[in-house]
Design a protein around this ligand. Structure first.
Ligand code: COA
Length: 319
C-alpha cells in the first residue's frame, strides 16, 4: 500500500503586501522585484491569524475535499520552521482545533524542503503499515523571521499553509529522492531567540546568501529530478507537471530550461504568494487541483529545496 491524495487544501492570510508597499519601507521597487523574482505581492498574517490557524484551516479544507472526518485521521505530520507555538507542537495545536482525536501528531523541520520531506515521510508511514490516513501540512509564517530592513531578503517571503490528505490504497505509484548537506548550511541561517546568551536581534532573523542559494537551487534541483526520473524509468517530458518550490520565478525558468522542458509544465503562483516555505507546494497543488487542472492518471513530480541545505522530490500519479 502507498498513500493516495484524496484531498487538498490551502489557506493564506487576508492581508496583501504589494511590492509598492515594500518600497515604502526599504530601498526597492516593483520593477526590480518582478524582474529578479517574478514576485508581485505576498500575503502576511494580521489580527488573529497565526501559523496554527492557517494550518488548521488548510487541513480542514483538505479533509472536506477528501470527504472524511477529522477523527478518521491516524496521523498529522506538519512541516514548519516558523510556528507561533513551540509547545505543544503545531501539529497537536492543529489536532485540537480540528478535532482529530485519533491522530498521532508531530512536527518536522526541513525548512523550504519541509512539505516534500513530510509527504515522503507520510508515505513511509503508510507503506510500513503504521498509518492508514495521514494529514500532511506545510505551514509557515516567515514574516516573523524576516528582517524587514534587509531589502535583499524581505522581498522574497510570505505567509501561508497548504495540506493534503493521504489514504492507504493499492496501486498508487510513489518514488522519492531526498538529500541534505549540513556543510553548506551557512547559506541560510536563523538563530533561535531562546538561547540563554540572547543573540543579537539581527541573528534571530533569516540571513541568506541569495546568490549562493540561486546557484544551489539551479544545479541541485535538475540533478534530483534526473535522479528521481531514473528511479521511475521515465524521461523528463513524460511527466505532466512539475510542482516546484515557489521561491523565485527565475529559478524555475532556469530549471525548466536545464531540463529541456517547456515552462508550461511548471505551474507557478510565486507572483501572488512569494515564498511561503513549506506552504508553497501544497498551496500550488491545491490551486491547480481546485481549478480542475490535474487529471486522473497524470504523472506529477513535487520538488523543493531550502535551508539545510536540503532538497528533495516525490513522484506520484493522480488517481
Ligand atoms: N531592490 C533593489 N535593489 C536590490 C534589492 C532590492 N530588493 N536587493 C538587492 N538589490 C541590489 C543589490 O544591492 C545589488 O546592487 P549593486 O549591484 O549596486 O551591489 C543589485 O541589486 C544586484 O543584487 P544581487 O544580489 O546580485 O541580485 P540577484 O540578481 O542575485 O538577485 C535575489 C537577488 C535575492 C533575488 C536572488 O539572488 C535570489 O532570488 N536568490 C535565491 C534566494 C532564495 O530563493 N532563497 C530562499 C530559498 S528557499
Amino acid at each position: 500500500m502507498t498513500g493516495k491524495i484524496i484531498g487538498t487544501g490551502a489557506c493564506v492570510p487576508d492581508k496583501v503586501v504589494s511590492n509598492d508597499d515594500l518600497s515604502k519601507i526599504v530601498d526597492t521597487n516593483d520593477e526590480w522585484i518582478r524582474e529578479r523574482t517574478g514576485i508581485v505581492r505576498r500575503h502576511i498574517i494580521s489580527g488573529e491569524e497565526t501559523t496554527v490557524t492557517l494550518a488548521a484551516e488548510a487541513g480542514k479544507r483538505a479533509l472536506n475535499m477528501g470527504g472524511i472526518a477529522a477523527k478518521e485521521l491516524d496521523m498529522i505530520l506538519l512541516s514548519s520552521i516558523s510556528s507561533n507555538v513551540i509547545l505543544p507542537c503545531t501539529a497537536c495545536a492543529v489536532q485540537r482545533l480540528i478535532g482529530a482525536v485519533n491522530a498521532v501528531c508531530y512536527d518536522l523541520n526541513a525548512a523550504c524542503s519541509g512539505f516534500v520531506f513530510a509527504y515522503n515521510a507520510a508515505q513511509a508511514h503508510i507503506m510500513s503499515g503504521m498509518c492508514n490516513t495521514v494529514l500532511v501540512i506545510g505551514a509557515d509564517c516567515l514574516s516573523d523571521l524576516t528582517n524587514w530592513k534587509d531589502r535583499s531578503s524581505c522581498i522574497l517571503f510570505g505567509d501561508g499553509a497548504g495540506a493534503v490528505v493521504l489514504q492507504a490504497a493499492e496501486g498508487v505509484p510513489f518514488a522519492f529522492a531526498m538529500h541534505s548537506d549540513g556543510q553548506r548550511g551557512g547559506s541560510i541561517t536563523c538563530q533561535s531567540r531562546n538561547q540563554n546568551n540572547c543573540p543579537p536581534l539581527e541573528e534571530t532573523y533569516m540571513k541568506m546568501d541569495g546568490k549562493e542559494i540561486f546557484k544551489f537551487a539551479s544545479t541541485k534541483v535538475p540533478a534530483v529530478l534526473h535522479e528521481l526520473l531514473e528511479k521511475v524509468s521515465m524521461k523528463p517530458e513524460e511527466i505532466d507537471a512539475y510542482f516546484l518550490h515557489q521561491a523565485n520565478g527565475r529559478i524555475i525558468e532556469i530549471i525548466a530550461k536545464k531540463m529541456g522542458l517547456d515552462l508550461s509544465k511548471f505551474p507557478m503562483n510565486v507572483a501572488e504568494y512569494a515564498n511561503t516555505s513549506s506552504g508553497t507546494i501544497p498551496i500550488l497543488l491545491d490551486e491547480v487541483n481546485r481549478k480542475g487542472n490535474i487529471l486522473k492518471g497524470q504523472k506529477l513530480i513535487m520538488c523543493s529545496f531550502g535551508a539545510g541545505l536540503s532538497w528533495g522530490a516525490a513522484y506520484l500519479e493522480w488517481q
